[in-house]
Design a protein around this ligand. Structure first.
Ligand code: GAR
Length: 186
């Protein structure tokens, strides 16, 4: 599931194709037409389905449509790889212990939107990223993997984001592996 540039989606595909992760990314869903993730899917040959949230009456209705897509594609585990919508209990219940989110902070610090801006504003010297199982309260749930990065004096949102992104691409495949092992999927 992706809303933006899709670099985490591509990192997962690369980990699967490169043999670091014994899995297949069988489907991408996006909610923003023409987003970078959709373009990456076309380049990588991964089937992509658009579920534009603006076309659904409620969060629940969107999630029900996502669940139907995933079930049709035989999806066993779902990754929110830069999914910028709040999900409902329906999706969480459809993929218990197998719905993973990546967030650009060391949770439980800086939950919610603009986590990188929040970290810079707080003046922390260390930040990072967290891959975790999804529960109803935003950016909570069992932490699977974290990586820390330094925050430098000269950092802008862009430079810190780039440092965090590099770590996200490393830990997200590890988190999928860990979640699968917890579930005995491997
Ligand atoms: C990532 O940094 C991810 O942690 C963040 O969106 C970015 C997506 O980048 N997710 C959130 O903030 C969710 N609350 P990408 O599209 O290049 O993978």
């Amino acid at each position: 599931m992706a809303s933006g540039s899709g670099s985490n989606f591509e990192a997962l595909v690369a980990a699967c194709r490169g043999g670091q992760l014994a899995a297949t990314v069988c489907q991408l869903v996006v909610n923003n037409p023409g987003c970078g993730a959709e373009q990456r899917a076309a380049r990588l040959g991964v089937p992509c389905m658009l579920h534009d949230h603006r076309c659904y009456a409620s969060r629940e209705a969107l999630d029900q449509a996502l669940i139907a897509s995933f079930q049709a594609a035989g999806v066993e585990l779902v990754v929110m790889a830069g999914w910028m919508r709040i999900v409902t209990q329906a999706l969480i219940d459809a993929y218990p212990e197998r719905l993973i989110n990546i967030h650009p902070s060391l949770l439980p610090s800086f939950r919610g939107a603009k986590a990188i801006e929040q970290a810079l504003a707080a003046g922390v010297k260390l930040s990072g990223c967290t891959a975790h199982l999804v529960s109803l309260e935003v950016d909570t749930g069992t932490i699977l993997v974290q990586a820390a990065v330094p925050v430098l004096e000269a950092d802008s949102v862009a430079s810190l984001a780039a440092r965090i992104h590099a770590q996200e691409h490393r830990i997200l495949p590890l988190a999928v592996q860990l979640a699968a092992e917890r579930l005995d999927l491997v």
